[in-house]
Design a protein around this ligand. Structure first.
Ligand SMILES: Nc1ncnc2c1ncn2[C@@H]1O[C@H](COP(=O)(O)OP(=O)(O)OP(=O)(O)O)[C@@H](O)[C@H]1O
Ligand SMILES: [Mg+2]
Length: 367
């Protein structure tokens, strides 16, 4: 049975350095997939290992279902093997001297499942991960993607309460990686498994997650459905890390509810969504995704004229560098034909819904 995971104010400090996990709280309801996303060293694996019981938290509490498995304040620490969780890691943790079937049946043998029950569960699980035809192959004859499917089958076959996955696709080549990524969501949803998945790859996070938690320096900055993280990033770091690479500096000239006007050096005025704490008169940074810079259209709330200063044809899309009131921005246009010439002037519009003003935090854009 899938169970909910509840992490409350988790802290983990190692002997040296800053805390690896610094006050992280979140809940994964039963059957939901949560992906922790963030740059290298932000504390994703440490959080996951605390949930697994492989790392002892410094403070906070972790519950799986209605059982507290870790609460150092109360002296509670349940051993990993008693947490009823499945785990899949980056390295293919399969037994090389065994066949696919022997690998997958192993956890059932340990749990003393009857032969008939085990046969049925193994057959179902191999079907689920697409390996039915490979049951009697030695795992060393499999591709990396297939080995990861074996590892996945082995952690699903006994239906743990919770599945933990740490960058399970990162050793695969690009094509296999995309295939397994798409399959993985279907497999997890089909089993109704509660899953906590860790990655630094935003595309992976978006495809797999019901909700994404963005981490930085041991802290959880935002936890929300993928479309919310993409369209209303909580702060400049989340915006930048998830691809809103264009930054326009200015000063807030007025606010009207959620939106406001930002005046840029030189006097241009950009309508933007303003983060909640931003006040009139403050210096801000407006983040915009290259995909949301529309060249050739002059409709919308922010219509300007820009000069095309660079063009990189990329096959299915073209990236342009444009000069907009003295600020260099990147624009991405989908399509197999490049429509604009370098040197030309073109109308450009930025929907105010896609311009987000945050307090100007220089450190947010350095990673
Ligand atoms: N056993 C350990 N001893 C000391 N420091 C550690 C240990 N494990 C992790 N850390 C430190 O804790 C911080 C968080 O590490 P963690 O492995 O959780 O990051 P991560 O987000 O998983 O990064 P990556 O994307 O590179 O896997 C890092 O600064 C790391 O150096
Ligand atoms: Mg890691």
């Amino acid at each position: 049975m899938s169970a909910a995971l509840d992490v409350v104010d988790l802290h983990k400090s190692f002997a040296t350095g800053r805390p690896a996990v610094d006050g992280v709280s979140f809940t994964v309801p039963a059957g939901e997939i949560v992906v922790l996303l963030g740059p290298s060293g932000c504390g994703k694996t440490t959080t996951l290992r605390c949930v697994a019981g492989l790392e002892h938290p410094t403070a906070g509490s972790i519950s799986i279902g209605d059982r507290v498995v870790s609460a150092p304040g109360q002296g509670i620490l349940v051993a990993p093997r008693h947490r009823e969780i499945g785990m899949v890691f980056q390295s293919y943790a399969v037994w090389p001297h065994m066949t696919v079937r022997q690998n997958v049946v192993y956890p059932l043998k340990q749990r003393r499942t009857t032969r008939a029950d085990a046969d049925r569960k193994v057959a179902e699980t191999l079907e689920l991960v697409g390996l039915s035809e490979y049951a009697d192959r030695s795992v060393v004859q499999l591709s990396g993607g297939q080995m990861q499917r074996v590892a996945l089958a082995r952690s699903l076959v006994y239906r743990p309460q919770l599945l933990l996955l740490d960058e399970p696709l990162s050793n695969l080549d690009a094509k296999l990686r995309l295939r397994l990524r798409d399959d993985l969501r279907r497999i997890l949803k089909q089993t109704g498994m509660t899953a906590l998945y860790v990655t630094h790859d935003q595309a992976e996070a978006v495809v797999l997650a019901d909700r994404i938690g963005v981490m930085r320096d041991g802290k959880l900055l935002q936890m929300a459905p993928p479309a919310d993280v993409y369209n209303r990033p909580a702060d400049l770091f989340v915006a930048n890390f998830t691809g809103a690479s264009n930054l326009i500096e200015g000063r807030v000239a007025g606010r009207d509810g959620e939106f406001g006007v930002v005046e840029v050096k030189g006097g241009a005025r950009v309508q933007a969504w303003l983060a909640r704490s931003i006040a009139v008169g403050e210096t801000v940074c407006v983040a915009v995704r290259p995909e949301n810079v529309a060249i050739g259209t002059s409709n919308g709330s922010n219509a300007f004229t820009a000069r095309i200063v660079g063009r990189r044809y990329q096959g299915t899309q073209t990236a342009y560098d444009i000069d907009l009131f003295g600020v260099r921005l990147e624009a991405l246009e989908l399509g197999t034909a490049a429509r604009h010439e370098v040197g030309a002037e073109a109308p450009v519009s930025l929907s105010r819904d896609a311009c987000w003003a945050y307090r100007d935090d220089k450190t947010a854009t350095q990673e």
